[in-house]
Each structure stands twice: as structure tokens, then as C-alpha cells.
Design a binder for this molecule. Structure first.
Ligand SMILES: *[C@@H]1O[C@H](CO)[C@@H](O)[C@H](O)[C@H]1NC(C)=O
Ligand SMILES: *[C@@H]1O[C@H](CO)[C@@H](O)[C@H](O)[C@H]1NC(C)=O
Length: 316
């Protein structure tokens, strides 16, 4: 652990008190709201103030040392939250070759008597340094939740239908997951779909990938992919597919408020189809998780819902 450099105002290379106070404030907010951020998220939240990722890393380490608590207790994560899998290989900055396209154990047979599914790889912490991206994927599927992502892995989704890449930021995505989606879009020029719960929280997460987060509005275009399409779960799917009623959940007051405020966001005025879906949710006053499709059939999501959507263009 390096010494506490802010005791030494003559050290020109040390962090400024504005930088340190900012990070203390961020940590305070994270703990107060019981949420987590990566060091990368903190840097990206104010790149001008911090100047470099190293500055943030150093200050976080110092605070952890000064308070004698591990970094995790400060609600700051070192690594990325996101996972990625599918038809994709690339080289990290240090020369490591990353293969998201191979099975975890080639010889092993999993519980469902199939070949082991593809492995998932943690999203790189240095997206800028990624080189030599190779992929035959036909599309990228952003998956809101880790549970759904794992399910698609188990069901071998990426090799069954057509080659594709699946990525999850495990809920509200961190900066690296978003940078990775952007990188794939810039490099591969293939469609990017989102699979989220049919609820206001899912829609908000999809908007973060597509338009950016409200909290980080300065962050600009390097993090967003304006062409993200809403594949599912659409509020209109719930009626069309006759999802059983006991799999639907009534909207809470908080949900309704969030939906109203989402509908007021200026960028949605250019998305009439999204607005229509959201208004349908407002009228029916119900939401549903992706898992609700299991009420129709246990393998419905992977074997019927997604293939049909992708084949017949069921996105907005
Ligand atoms: C980013 O900045 C905004 C506004 O200052 C703040 O609300 C948010 O909590 C910050 N997020 C992180 C991860 O630092
Ligand atoms: C991924 O694996 C499939 C099947 O083995 C292969 O056809 C494809 O070329 C691989 N893609 C990459 C990027 O290595």
C-alpha cells in the first residue's frame, strides 16, 4: 500500500484535495444507497477532474488504507461486472488471447446430457486496449439479467440458432460493459438487440445502453449505441403470447412513476414504437420478468420465443 500522499501538499504528483473529496462523496453515496460502482465508473463520471484512471485507483486505495477497511466495504469494485460469451475472439492489450467461443470443458457432458456449453468471459477492464477482434456473429444480444444470461449459456443459445454474441452487465451496466457493446458495434456493424424484463426498470437499463444514464449525462457518445433495438420482453408480447395471468405482476406506484418519467425523456419522442409499448404497460398496469415465459413452457425462451422473434422481426 502506498503512503497517504495527501499529507504532503508539496508532492506535485499527488492527488488534489478536490479529487479526494469527490471520491469520498461518491463512496458516501454508494454506501448510503447500498449500491456498487467500479473504479472505472468513478473515473468515467468525471474524467476531467481525475485526468487518469490511475489517480482514481490510487485515491481509492489510500482511502481504504486510511479507514482500514477493504475496498469492497467502500462499495467500490476493481473488476468489471459484465460477462460475455459467443462467437468472439480478441487480444487484450498485454497480448492475452481471449476466446469467448470455446467450451469450458470439452470432454465433459453437462447435466442435460449435452456437450458443455460455451464459457462466459469477464468483460475486459481495458476495452480501449482490445485488438484483433474476430467474430462471425450475426447479432449481439444484450441480456439484462445474469440469470437469463446463464440460462442462454446452458441452453447453448449462441451456437444453436446462428452465431451470435451475448453480453450482460448484470442489471445496471458498468462502464466497461457499455464500452464493450459500443466496441462490438463499431467493429462488427451487426444488429444489437436488448432482452430485458417487461418493466420500467428493464426499460431504463435498455435506455442506458442506447442513450446513456441520466446521472452521467456528460459522458457523451463513446458509451452509447443509438441503434439498440428492443427485442423483448415487450408488453405487447404478454398479450400476444397469452402469458398466464399468475406470471404477471401488478405495477407498483413506484413503477408507474418511473414509467411516466421515462415517457417524458426527450429521446423517446423519436421512438413511437417504444412509446406505444410503454403506454400499453401503463394501460394494462402489469409487468413481467423474462422468466415468466417459463410459465408457457420450460424451454420456451430459448427454443421458441427468441428464434421466432429473430426470424420474423419481432423487435421495435
Ligand atoms: C456520477 O455523478 C452523478 C452526479 O454527480 C452522481 O449522482 C452519481 O452517483 C455518480 N456515480 C458514480 C458511480 O460515481
Ligand atoms: C467459433 O466457433 C465456431 C464453431 O466451432 C466456428 O465456426 C467459428 O469460426 C468460431 N469463431 C471464431 C471467432 O473463432
Amino acid at each position: 500500500m502506498r503512503p497517504l500522499s495527501w499529507h504532503c501538499p508539496t508532492d506535485p504528483a499527488g492527488p488534489t484535495s478536490a479529487q479526494i473529496l469527490k471520491i469520498l462523496l461518491v463512496i458516501y453515496r454508494l454506501i448510503q444507497s447500498n449500491s456498487y460502482a467500479t473504479k472505472r465508473d468513478i473515473y468515467y463520471n468525471n474524467t476531467q477532474l481525475f485526468g487518469s484512471q490511475k489517480t482514481v485507483d490510487g485515491i481509492v486505495d489510500d482511502i481504504s488504507c486510511m479507514l482500514k477497511v477493504p475496498r469492497r466495504s467502500l462499495h467500490v469494485l476493481a473488476t468489471c461486472k459484465g460477462l460475455i460469451s459467443g462467437d468472439l475472439c480478441y487480444m487484450e492489450e498485454d497480448g492475452t488471447r481471449i476466446d469467448c467461443n470455446s467450451s469450458s470443458a470439452v470432454s465433459s457432458i453437462n447435466s442435460r446430457n449435452k456437450l458443455a456449453p460455451l464459457t462466459a468471459v469477464a468483460v475486459s477492464s481495458n476495452i480501449d486496449g482490445i485488438r484483433n477482434i474476430v467474430s462471425c456473429a450475426k447479432f449481439v444480444l444484450i441480456v439484462e439479467k445474469d440469470a437469463t444470461f446463464q440460462r442462454l449459456l446452458d441452453d447453448d443459445f449462441c451456437t444453436k440458432l446462428s452465431p451470435c454474441i451475448i453480453i450482460t452487465g448484470k442489471g445496471v451496466p458498468d462502464v466497461n460493459s457499455r464500452l464493450m457493446v459500443r466496441k462490438l458495434w463499431d467493429t462488427l456493424h451487426i444488429p444489437i438487440f436488448a432482452l430485458v424484463d417487461a418493466d420500467p426498470h428493464g426499460i431504463e437499463i435498455m435506455c442506458i445502453y442506447k442513450y446513456g444514464s441520466v446521472a452521467m449525462s456528460f459522458e457523451a457518445h463513446s458509451l452509447t449505441v443509438p441503434s439498440v433495438m428492443w427485442l423483448g420482453l415487450l408488453p405487447s408480447d404478454l398479450q400476444r403470447l397469452r402469458v398466464p395471468e399468475d406470471a404477471l405482476i401488478p405495477l407498483t406506484r413506484t413503477d408507474e412513476n418511473k414509467l411516466t418519467s421515462l415517457l417524458k425523456r426527450p429521446y423517446l419522442t423519436s421512438q413511437p414504437d417504444w412509446q406505444k409499448e410503454m403506454e400499453l404497460m401503463q394501460q394494462t398496469k402489469v409487468k413481467a420478468e423474462i422468466q415468466s415465459l417459463a410459465a408457457i413452457g420450460p424451454d420456451y425462451l430459448t427454443n421458441i420465443y427468441l428464434p421466432n422473434k429473430l426470424r420474423y422481426g419481432g423487435w421495435v
